[in-house]
Ligand binder design. Structure first.
Ligand code: SAH
Ligand code: SF4
Ligand code: F3S
Length: 480
């Protein structure tokens, strides 16, 4: 067995603790000359799983490695440093990652100097770190979501003691690091963190343990980042937080999410979005700001998780079906063209068919433009994972399929409503299937395919919708 240097080991109980305050630091680590010399012009590979929070972390990791004069590559075979940025939200996501880490074994046998790093939410869990250190000996560095700012320091330690594996995963409630270097994945769409972590502790969810306390960035830091993106010609900004609606609650000021949203909208970014909204924290003043600014997309991701009051209560979600429906009604009254999407979990422990049908009923009443549906996956250390469950997996799969069929009716209806309409589309790139076709996204995040020149990539163009393929649409570009 190779030697193991444990700087800090994850601890789920510590991850649950919420300290009152947090600190904001400016990133300032200076790499050693040895590290700079060793990594200069070397290559790195990053594979990211999970949500936008992980994508944003990937951009920071890329920025850090670029500052060491390294170059990004798209295949692991070319890499001198490989990073797998993991997600822990459901078991199937974790299984995929473990498979991927396993695949590195052969490569590492051939390329002994390759430094394999595992980071992200999965390694915030002690049982996963145990598994990696016990049975995946080819993994070199394990670091957590609270240790991104330590990455270069860890590389410095690693090259001084080559062969000694490193584990540095803090489970502290979390601080904020500003001024980290960053290399954006996309040249015209950007994610901007407005807050980190989550304090909601929905009973099924691992995120509050792996990402720590909810902490809001100072508004001036957010506005500075957004202004720079506008100056650089970015077309779209998505403001990110596990619960954007509670933005500012932890700051000693009267800044709230609606205020922040309006200030960002005023910077003149062509498209502004935000993710994710928590129904009972969503305030009316956000609806007013959305309605007032044409550059705020008339699209809202409003996860409901379940339509049953008893299940919502067991999930620790702090609203009822009626309150959710009232909120949707209020939003639709003020913004009739709004497209709403959601997340739903099917098969929470002991969910009855009647409770499931409450979700089906809610879905029919809302009429979602799109939806993400998941089968409940027990997450070790969360309260729901301790519940005994008398519903079989087969029953859950059956209900899942039933729900998807119901959802598809409205998704299809929404897509049909776009036929013959001319809508603005942000062109993302050539279509994966046909390089002569362009792919873009509508205001409501619908995928649109149309014939057009590659020079349009990164621009917003008008497209007349001609065909509906339910999850994507086809159109023709309209020249003005
Ligand atoms: N903060 C966001 C996103 C959290 S994770 C929110 O509150 O909506 C994204 C989605 O994954 C959640 O909305 C939920 O639907 C799903 N999810 C989270 N934990 C899960 C679990 N244990 N099993 C199945 N789905 C889960
Ligand atoms: Fe998880 Fe709930 Fe927080 Fe979303 S709000 S990240 S589902 S605990
Ligand atoms: Fe996954 Fe962590 Fe995001 S668990 S969904 S990567 S916050």
């Amino acid at each position: 067995m190779r030697k193991l240097n444990i700087i800090e080991y994850p601890n789920i109980d510590k991850g649950r603790i919420r300290l009152k305050s947090f600190c904001t630091y400016n990133y300032s680590y200076v790499p050693s000359d040895d590290l700079l010399l060793k990594l200069k012009n070397k290559k790195y590979f990053i594979k990211t799983h999970g949500c936008q929070a992980n994508i944003r972390d990937e951009e920071t990791l890329s920025g850090l490695l670029n500052s060491l004069n390294m170059e990004r590559v798209e295949t692991k075979e070319e890499a001198d440093i490989a990073i797998i940025n993991t997600c822990a939200v459901r078991e199937n996501a974790e299984d995929k990652v473990l498979g991927e880490i396993g695949e590195f074994k052969n490569l590492k046998a051939k390329k002994k100097d390759l430094i394999l790093c595992i980071c992200g939410c999965m390694v915030g869990q002690p049982h996963i770190v145990n598994k990696l250190t016990d049975t995946y000996e080819h993994v070199d560095i394990i670091f957590g979501t609270h240790n991104i700012q330590d990455f270069v320091r860890l590389l410095d330690i690693y090259i001084k003691n080559p062969g000694t594996r490193l584990v540095d995963v803090s489970s502290k409630s979390g601080d904020i690091y500003e001024d980290m270097p960053s290399l954006r994945v996309n040249k015209f769409k950007a994610f901007v963190n407005i807050s980190y972590g989550c304090d909601k502790f929905c009973t099924y969810c691992i995120v509050p343990y792996t990402r720590g306390k909810e902490r809001s960035r100072d508004i001036k830091d957010i506005l500075k980042e957004c202004s720079e993106l506008v100056k650089q010609g970015y077309q779209e900004i998505t403001l990110l937080g596990q619960n954007v609606d509670s933005y500012g609650k932890d700051l000693n000021s009267n800044v709230d999410f609606a205020y922040l949203l309006e200030e960002v909208a005023k910077l003149g970014i062509p498209r502004l979005r935000f993710l994710t909204s928590y129904p009972s924290d969503f305030k009316d003043n956000v609806i007013d700001v959305m309605a007032k600014y044409p550059n705020i997309m008339k699209y809202l991701h409003l996860p409901v998780q379940s339509g049953s009051d008893s299940i919502l209560k067991k999930m620790g979600r702090r609203y009822t079906k009626e309150q959710y429906l009232d909120l949707v009604k209020k939003i639709k009254e003020k913004i009739p063209e709004i497209a709403i999407s959601t997340d739903i979990i099917v098969g929470f422990p002991n969910e009855t068919y009647e409770e499931f049908l409450e979700t089906v009923d809610l879905v029919k009443q809302v009429g979602y433009a799109s939806a993400f549906t998941f089968i409940y996956s027990p997450r070790k250390g969360t309260p729901a994972a301790r519940l005994k469950d008398d519903v079989s997996y087969e029953t859950k799969v059956k209900r899942f399929k039933e729900l998807v069929e119901v959802l598809e009716v409205d998704v299809n209806k929404y897509a049909n409503s776009l036929i013959d309409k001319v809508i603005p589309v942000l062109v993302e790139g050539p279509s994966k299937k046909d390089p002569n076709i362009l792919t873009g996204v509508s205001e409501a995040n619908k995928i649109i395919h149309f014939v057009g020149d590659k020079s349009l990539i990164g621009k917003i163009v008008n497209v007349k919708i001609t065909k509906n393929h339910v999850y994507s649409l086809v159109g023709e570009m309209i020249n003005e």
